[in-house]
Write a protein that binds this ligand. Sequence first.
Ligand SMILES: Cc1cc2nc3c(=O)[nH]c(=O)nc-3n(C[C@H](O)[C@H](O)[C@H](O)COP(=O)(O)OP(=O)(O)OC[C@H]3O[C@@H](n4cnc5c(N)ncnc54)[C@H](O)[C@@H]3O)c2cc1C
Length: 452
Amino acid sequence: MDEQVDVIVLGMGPGGEEVAGQAAAAGLSVVGIEERLLGGECPYFACVPTKMMVRGADLLAEGRRIPGMAGDATVSPDWTPVARRIRDDATDNWDDKVAVDRFEGKGGRFVRGKGRIEGRDRVTVGDQTFVASRALVIATGTEPAIPPIDGLRDLPFWTNRDVVKVEHVPSSLTVLGAGPVGLELAQVFQRFGSQVTVVEAAPRVLPLEEPESSALVHDALQHDGLTLQLGVSAKRAAQNGSGITIDLADGSTVTSEGVLVATGRRIDLRAIQVRNAGLDDEGHSIRVDEHLRAAPGIWAVGDVTGVGAFTHVAFYQAQVAAADILGREHAPADYRALPRVTFTDPEVGATGLTESQARERGIRVRTGLAHVETSARGWIHKAGNHGIIKLIEDADRGVLVGATSAGPVGGEVLSMLIVAVHAEVPVSRLRTMITAYPTFHRAVDDALNALS
Ligand SMILES: Cc1cc2nc3c(=O)[nH]c(=O)nc-3n(C[C@H](O)[C@H](O)[C@H](O)COP(=O)(O)OP(=O)(O)OC[C@H]3O[C@@H](n4cnc5c(N)ncnc54)[C@H](O)[C@@H]3O)c2cc1C
């Protein structure tokens, strides 16, 4: 029997949960379909548990900075409280009862299972078919991408879904991928006592960020003792006693107890059968307009739209889509000042365009670069003070179109630059702003003065 509802939400990660919750709270009949845990990747397998790991690793690093600054300290890492905190505080042992109760408390109906799109307005889960009279929302997120390395699939490697459940730190770890996820976790495990090697095909770490950010993080990781194998791809993987050996394209090998695959994310549009809804399944993501509409009666939000794989994007898009579905006023989606933060130490925050992206768009670019360690606060901070502020100005319009804030609390300092890019505050006006002495923010003044 088909069951009629107002709204079907397929995939209940941060994006789906927000649309479904708003629609249910507005009095619509909503069914939220989720094959794993209500809340999706972020709270159980991604943002929250990994940032708990980062918090532990940062504390260890700060402890190791005490000598020469504030006395003596011996730091003995212990993974137990980190693993316990993730299991007990963050994920309720990977149980979503609280989230399900919250959604049902808003009047939504939760169905656990793998949904199959059967038509523009219908989704089947097991032997139940739901038909939506108002909206089908696709919010199915991403899966870890596994690179085509001979032999890898037969080995017990980790993805983010495994690493958050780890109870013991391996003596050595190979991390495939030097993007944000790979680097955050590589630094965490190195600081907890593992000997970590990062393998990356691109010539630099954080290849999508400014080269200055890559250089900064590269130096910091080397200072932590990590080995970086850059500009080389992994070819083969094989069990080697109790470890795993990976052969690299340059003829070298890396052997370690554990392997973490962090080579990006994959969207499989065929698996969710978007073609049955009349959508193209050839591309890498679902194309949406500025109201997140994929087709009449169909919306898509979150990672599946390919706009940016961040929880804040999923949440933002969900708010735009929910308003559209509910007939409420909302400004169209605008990603000009979309922020991103890599939670390494130093932390790399960025918003808008990088210098090379701005140049590719034909913008007449002026850049301003300042070093955090030469600002008053950076000099006072001393140990762990490395960082940069880099500003990208559209010289014809006199506004910032992009910015990077890397360093201690780089992601927090970023907030003022998000405002500047988002609101297109003229650079001449930014130069008249007073920043508090001696905060890390004052390095932004230095970068504004350096715009040339
Ligand atoms: C290790 C790691 C760390 C990260 N850290 C951060 C961070 O610090 N900050 C940040 O902003 N972002 C971070 N992210 C990204 C963030 O987790 C995602 O951008 C966010 O979860 C996307 O939300 P979503 O709603 O699009 O999809 P998801 O959270 O992926 O949820 C989609 C849900 O859909 C379900 N689903 C898929 N297909 C079906 C189907 N056919 N039937 C039923 N259910 C289905 C899945 O089971 C999943 O639960 C991180 C990602 C990773 C991997």
